[in-house]
Design a protein around this ligand. Structure first.
Ligand code: FO1
Length: 443
């Protein structure tokens, strides 16, 4: 079986020297169920070596020790699994624009393959690498079930506009993964030095590791546990932060330790009911909508990315009196008047995870209790990126913009501060779940 060729696109033409194939792994940090790796393996065939290279940057924007620790533990496992398949793993350290071309030169690489990421920094890395190698450079969307550029060639308005496009394409793309064959031809490279890698990091160590076990096998284990124990309550209880009915797979998905397509396949195999349908809507339609947004809206991490009606309504209410006003530091230390808001903040700080329903409440209240929409947006993104294990993800940008600035949503009844942006309050939470129990647990 060969990969559907539309999962790949050419970034730069060049001369294939017939040398080893390099897969520059970045967003999809796994050896299983990875279309970029599968394609690189196909291209290597039986007489070329395949090398997987990861370029560790000493400080990735907004990331802390919490994120690097999770990522490096996962990569260590992936490097080991690749080794078993006769695929060496090169751990590069520094600027990808320098390190990748140097590796390609050193081993006489003939082809360079990488995974797809809609974020700006990745686009910049890719462009810089492309300008410094003279071999073909291909990009494979290994993160989305349907490649982002196949789903749509423009920014979609909402879930309702992207949903039919994705559903029409699922029969073609939601297919089983082929087994990765060990490489026949090998290449000797020095093994990764994880201790030196950790010593080179320049990150905030004040935000330390969390208890969630990292890596591909834990991601798959988390999937099985979700399907066995929680999927059957998903439709009824996924909006209840006390119910423990959600997948909790977002960190594995963010670091690409788990493939969303694998999650979708196993879910569909397990059930075809309302639970599976609701979960797949979040996992596939909503997640791929976030990639679509970041791919086609270059302002995705500013309020300017919001629809015109939302920018106007927030501006109209700029001078409305705020019932409470807090600074970034007060929010960060969970020093608001609301025990519920503080509990959500503390869940995030202590576990690296906040329940999806609370994420909406949390962001909307930051909007209500900040001096300006711009300040609120900066606060929410800073805290999200610093503490959530899945920060710096298209889902994070879109989640905050949805809560604060109406993207993928519609105008609602006008109110102070929010204008026509959808409102949410603590009484709404009280009607939905046991607020006291949540505060008792995290507050
Ligand atoms: N990608 C890399 O290729 N090299 C890194 O050193 C790196 C660090 C990193 C730290 C935190 C984090 O959340 C992501 C990080 N990523 C890194 C990128 C990540 O794999 C994702 O591609 C994007 O964050 C989301 O699309």
């Amino acid at each position: 079986m060969t990969m559907n060729p539309s999962r790949a696109r050419i970034v730069a033409q060049g001369e294939d020297s017939g040398g080893p194939v390099v897969y520059w792994m970045s967003r999809d940090q796994r050896s299983r169920d990875n279309w970029a790796l599968i394609h690189a393996r196909e291209l290597a065939g039986s007489n070329r070596a395949l090398v997987v290279a990861f370029c560790l940057v000493p400080s990735y924007p907004g990331a802390t020790l919490r994120h690097y620790d999770f990522m490096l533990k996962g990569l260590e496992q992936t490097a080991h699994d690749l080794r078993e398949m006769n695929i060496p793993f090169a751990l590069l350290m520094g600027d990808p624009a320098q390190e990748l071309p140097a590796l390609c030169e050193q081993i006489g690489a003939g082809l360079l393959v990488t995974d797809f990421d809609p974020l700006r920094i990745k686009g910049q890395w890719l462009k810089a690498v492309a300008s410094r190698v003279d071999i073909p450079l291909l990009q494979v969307d290994a993160h989305n079930v349907v490649p982002a550029w196949v789903t749509s060639d423009k920014q979609e308005y909402a879930a309702r506009t992207i949903r039919p496009k994705i559903h029409r394409l699922l029969p073609e793309y939601l297919e089983d993964f082929p087994e990765l064959e060990p490489c026949a031809k090998s290449l000797e490279l020095p093994g990764p030095d994880w201790t030196t890698a950790r010593a080179l990091l320049r990150v905030d160590e004040g935000v330390g590791p969390v208890a969630l076990p990292s890596g591909e096998s834990h991601g798959l284990h988390g999937l099985v546990t979700f399907l066995d124990e929680r999927l059957l309550r998903y439709a009824e209880a996924s909006n209840d932060p006390n119910a423990d009915a959600v997948s909790k797979l977002s960190a594995y998905l963010h670091f690409g330790q788990l493939s969303a397509q694998r999650v979708a396949l196993e879910t569909a195999r397990r059930a075809r009911d309302e639970n599976a349908e609701n979960f797949l809507e979040q996992l596939v339609v909503r997640r791929e909508l976030s990639d679509n947004f970041c791919l086609y809206n270059p302002q995705y991490e500013t309020l300017a990315a919001a629809p015109e009606w939302a920018i106007k309504t927030l501006d109209d209410h700029r001078d409305d009196p705020r019932p409470y006003l807090y600074t970034l530091e007060q929010f960060e230390r969970a020093e608001t008047h609301s025990d519920l808001w503080n509990a959500a903040q503390m869940q995030m700080v202590s576990t690296g995870f906040m329940h999806g329903y609370m994420r909406m409440f949390w962001a909307k209240k930051i909007l209500e209790w900040s001096i300006s929409p711009e300040q609120a947006f900066m606060t929410a993104l800073t805290l999200n990126d610093r503490y959530q294990l899945d920060g710096r993800d298209p889902n994070g940008y879109v989640g905050v913009l949805w809560s604060m600035a109406g993207i993928h949503d519609r105008p609602w009844k006008e109110r102070p501060v929010y204008g026509k942006v959808r409102y949410m309050n603590e009484n709404g939470c009280r009607r939905k779940f046991d607020v006291g129990a949540y505060i008792a647990k995290y507050g």
